[in-house]
Design a protein around this ligand. Structure first.
Ligand SMILES: Cc1cc2nc3c(=O)[nH]c(=O)nc-3n(C[C@H](O)[C@H](O)[C@H](O)COP(=O)(O)O)c2cc1C
Length: 322
């Protein structure tokens, strides 16, 4: 496995998002906004019975993207596992397929996931967490990272969690400043990112409620984090990293409309390369555009029209009318 060069300070990460950051989406982002330093797959659930064919794992990362070494080096392959799942089999497969970067999801809050012992519920038993990470580490010689919430019900164990991840050889930790019980309801608590920075020997990436370029600077200044990961803000403005790097801070509604059109033209192209059905195209376009109308004149009107669209021409007529 090639040794990856260290993640530079100030790096910007496009966050993993289930059903969003698939191959077509990441190809669109990589093509239009190469200013994002790192990206992530959404989580691949590790099975508790049987195993996935290799083809399925490759498809999750992306068939074309899997042929590009540079892209592989800048993309976290995220897995979502539990103590019951066949984690080590999956880790070995990922390694064998030549993916150099494995990220462990320790944050997913959904009931379906946590009632099966996955995602954020792995933060409930710290001895088991330590064993899991140790086993993964001893079977994966690429870059191992983790994305973590500040706890499940409370934050009492936060320091211990960061320490365990450090002790067991995790090389970079993304801290989303909310417990599982906070879901998305209250603002992310950035002071936990700062706390992690002070405790950790490995880089801490801050995550939670970065909605615009000035939030990026604010998070770095307030917490001292090594880099910033953006999820919903990046869905709202996939070009955020470009604006950040170019120091372009005030986007007009006209500029925004133009960028939305460009984004969906390329995204459609990428989805069509995968021979997506009309139904799939409609569903993905609605899902991916959910935050993009914010900041547009009459944005809410356009958003509602788009949600009501039933055909491909209808949906693209909405974009043309912006
Ligand atoms: C639609 C959606 C899907 C998500 N899927 C994942 C996922 O697959 N893996 C993960 O680690 N986090 C996932 N998250 C959490 C985000 O990566 C991020 O931690 C969270 O949204 C907080 O960051 P933000 O305030 O920038 O949105 C998801 C979030 C959203 C909104």
């Amino acid at each position: 496995m090639p040794t990856l060069s260290p993640v530079p300070k100030g790096s910007l990460f496009f966050a993993p998002m289930e059903s969003i950051t698939d191959e077509a989406f990441r190809k669109t982002v990589l093509k239009l906004y190469p200013e994002w330093d790192y990206l992530a797959t959404d989580f691949l659930r590790v099975p508790s019975a049987g195993h996935y064919p290799r083809k399925y794992i490759i498809k999750h990362f992306g068939v074309d993207l899997s042929n590009d070494e540079q892209i592989k080096n800048k993309t976290m392959f995220q897995i979502l596992t539990s103590h019951r799942a066949f984690t080590i089999d999956m880790v070995k497969e990922i390694l064998d397929l030549g993916y150099p970067w494995l990220d462990i999801n320790l944050g997913c809050p959904s009931n379906t996931v946590t009632k099966n012992g996955g995602g954020s519920s792995l933060l409930l038993d710290l001895d088991l967490l330590r064993t899991l990470i140790r086993n993964i580490r001893s079977n994966f010689n690429g870059r191992l990272t983790a994305k973590v919430r500040t706890g499940f019900h409370h934050t009492n164990d936060f320091e211990t969690i960061i320490k365990i991840l450090n002790d067991e050889g995790v090389e970079l930790i993304t801290v989303h400043g909310r417990t599982r019980d906070m879901m998305y309801k209250v603002p992310a608590v950035w002071s936990f990112i700062e706390k992690a920075v002070k405790l950790s020997h490995v880089p801490i990436i801050g995550n939670g409620d970065v909605w615009c370029t000035s939030d990026v600077d604010r998070m770095m200044n307030e917490t001292g984090c090594h880099g910033v990961m953006v999820a919903r803000g990046a869905l709202k403005s996939p070009w955020m990293a470009q604006d950040y790097r170019m120091g372009h801070f005030n986007e007009t509604s006209i500029e925004r409309a133009k960028r939305i059109k460009t984004f969906f033209k390329e995204y459609r192209h990428q989805l069509e390369l995968e021979n997506i059905s009309d139904r799939g195209l409609l569903k993905q376009t609605k899902s991916v555009s959910r935050f993009m109308f914010e900041g547009l004149d009459l944005g809410e009107v356009h958003r509602r029209k788009l949600l009501l669209a039933q055909t491909i021409p209808e949906i693209y007529a909405v974009f043309e009318s912006l």
